[in-house]
Design a protein around this ligand. Sequence first.
Ligand SMILES: [Zn+2]
Length: 204
Amino acid sequence: MSKTTYPNEGMHQLVDGYRHFFKGNPPRKGFCALHAEQITHTQNPHSMVISCFDSRVCPEAIFATNDGHICVHRNMLNQVDTQDASMMASLRFAVESLKVQNIIVLGHSHCNAVDKLKDLTHLPAEISAWLGGCGAKYRGNSYEEAVKNNVLDQLDRLRKIDFIRRAENLNLEGMLFHINTGRLERFDAQQNRWGLIDTEEYAG
Ligand SMILES: [Zn+2]
């Protein structure tokens, strides 16, 4: 089997970390006070992850990252809502100040919020306001297709943001985490299709 080539070192680190996560042996000793001295004065994350609010989807765990390697923005439905000041401030800081190599939209299976898009009536006002106002659509012939299309819709929105268009060497990625199996799918923009990340390529 041929090795997949990813666009940059940050992506290789994420995929390698994911393989450790999948095998249940995350190598990281991050997110503990042991690294406090190293990270006190600077951060140099290679990627920004936009994830759903769902408690079962933890990007730092899925990619087995160390402190300071990724910055994460979370909201229900992993939306890129250009009217959301918090989202836009995080994006701009990540792209222009932190100069991340990758922005990853991370959707997930069993996303209750995607299902709710079909009918927003009878939801609490705060939830229907977000789901109805962020521009998300239930698009597709099946639930899985709708989840994947939601990720692709967010990538389209990212591509239209002026400071993202201007950024050099910035890679945009769509991924889907399968909660029930631990598998991770990646959208291959060149081949225009989704495919499971091989969990064995860099065993070790
Ligand atoms: Zn979700």
